[in-house]
Design a protein around this ligand. Structure first.
Ligand SMILES: Cc1cc2nc3c(=O)[nH]c(=O)nc-3n(C[C@H](O)[C@H](O)[C@H](O)COP(=O)(O)OP(=O)(O)OC[C@H]3O[C@@H](n4cnc5c(N)ncnc54)[C@H](O)[C@@H]3O)c2cc1C
Length: 416
């Protein structure tokens, strides 16, 4: 009989991954499973719609729900945050002072947004035209900034070093802003600049090619290998440092009327310094089975794990059934199986009413779920993003259902 501080399955983090995997275990496992979720926040956000909030296309009130309403029936919610890990002794200490022991651990604590890594950014955010869709607090301010643009406005967007969650989110903000300006007849007079840390705009060449066409259509000036290092809100300037090429180390001060920042991201410190982490600080799991490479009773999924896929809720949807299945197999004494192929998806909102539905697996292989050319901007993708996926997320994925259209791993249309 377990005591109050022991749980058979302990899940750290009650975000997209934590709730989905807990619901999946309740749905597929025996009713007797003792499952607890450790989560400090009272409110759960459907983050993929933050992009739409920043474009005035979605109501912020519709993306948040009380955490208590999402914890599956029969699962214990432990209010608190994991602070230190002792996987050799199957225990985790919390910031509340409690220590919890477990038989099986599932780590899904997401990523940390490092606003403070950019000089002046935290103080500047939310005023003087400095906004970010990465913050549920400030995404509505993005839309305010967009509405305040005038002919001749200078608009600057940033894309941080990899990895960061949702590889398309920084550029979606740029395209939806450009589309707004186009509709208002102001696009030709405005100066839109897109500063990217990487040498390319998107990691999958098939989609990067299409996105460069979108960038050129809007007349956005893309600047590659540029890292945002400082923001001066009062002076309305952003400082970038060149991170590659002949000009490496050169600093450029760029004036703006609106600055949309996508912050640098990392694992939370408590994860990075634990023995669960790899050298880069992510929870080190097998990229197909999601099982920890050193502690077999530990699994991880979502943004915090080391798998080299794009960090998206879509990836969580495909990882969660693999974790559920493998954990139940372990309990039954059967070996774990591979199952996750690196699937991620990113509905790239190129304009109001238009989406390139990017779906791909490890190695940047394009794997569409719909029998349509995935390079094309389509209205159906917009409908999926704005209407279909939110309903699906709240009522199906977070309830532990797993059936979904299969993505086409035999797709050949991405051959260069
Ligand atoms: C602007 C934006 C746009 C996006 N667009 C898309 C999109 O179009 N498509 C898509 O698929 N994905 C998109 N995403 C990404 C998607 O939201 C994430 O990949 C997904 O939420 C990851 O789930 P997760 O559970 O790993 O992390 P999260 O959902 O972030 O949850 C992590 C949870 O862990 C908790 N936590 C943190 N530290 C601790 C601790 N020490 N102890 C216990 N709990 C802790 C947090 O409070 C949080 O609730 C977007 C994200 C953003 C910000």
């Amino acid at each position: 009989m377990a005591n109050a501080k022991h749980h058979q399955i302990l899940i750290l983090g009650g975000g997209a991954a934590g709730i989905t995997v807990a619901a999946g275990l309740r749905r597929s496992g025996p009713r007797s499973l003792d499952i607890a979720i450790v989560e400090p926040s009272e409110t759960h956000y459907y983050q993929p719609c933050l992009t739409l909030v920043g474009a005035g296309a979605y109501d912020i009130a519709k993306i948040k729900r009380p955490e208590s309403s999402l914890i599956p029936a029969g699962v214990t919610w432990v209010r608190g945050a994991a602070k230190a890990f002792d996987p050799d002794n199957n225990s985790v200490s919390l910031d509340t002072g409690d220590t919890l022991s477990y038989d099986y651990l599932i780590v899904c604590t997401g990523v940390k947004l490092n606003w403070d890594k950019i000089d002046g950014l935290s103080a500047a955010l939310g005023k003087n035209g400095v906004c970010s869709n990465y913050s549920s607090q400030y995404a509505p301010y993005t839309w305010q900034c967009v509405q305040g643009l005038k002919p001749g406005s200078r608009v600057v967007f940033t894309q941080p070093p990899l990895p960061f969650k949702c590889p398309g989110a920084p550029q979606k903000a740029a395209y939806l802003t450009a589309d707004h300006l186009r509709r208002a007849g102001m696009l030709p007079s405005c100066d839109l600049q897109y500063y990217v840390h990487a040498p390319v705009v998107f990691g999958v060449p098939f989609f990067a090619r299409e996105l460069m066409k979108v960038i050129s259509r809007y007349g956005i000036k893309a600047q590659f290998q540029q890292n945002l290092v400082a923001v001066d809100g009062a002076a309305k300037t952003a400082t970038f440092e060149t991170v590659g090429g002949d000009d490496k180390g050169k600093r450029t001060i760029v004036p703006f009327d609106m600055l949309h920042v996508s912050p640098p991201q990392s694992p939370h410190e408590e994860i990075a310094k634990s023995s669960l982490a790899n050298a880069a600080g992510w929870v080190e799991v097998n990229q197909n089975s999601m099982q920890h490479v050193r502690y077999p009773n530990v699994f991880s999924l979502g943004d915090v794990c080391s798998t080299p896929n794009s960090k998206t809720a879509a990836a969580v949807r495909k990882q969660s059934p693999v974790v559920v299945r493998n954990l139940l197999r372990m309990m039954a004494g059967t070996p774990v199986e591979a199952g996750y192929d690196g699937y991620a998806s990113c509905p790239l909102t190129t304009a109001q009413g238009k989406v390139i539905l990017a779906e791909f697996i490890y190695g940047g292989k394009v794997t569409p779920s719909l029998p349509l050319d995935p390079a094309k901007e389509r209205w159906i993708g917009w409908w999926i993003k704005v209407t279909g996926l939110p309903v699906f997320y709240w009522n199906y994925m977070l309830k532990g259902h797993t059936w979904f259209w299969k993505h086409d791993t035999a797709f050949k249309g991405d051959a260069a």
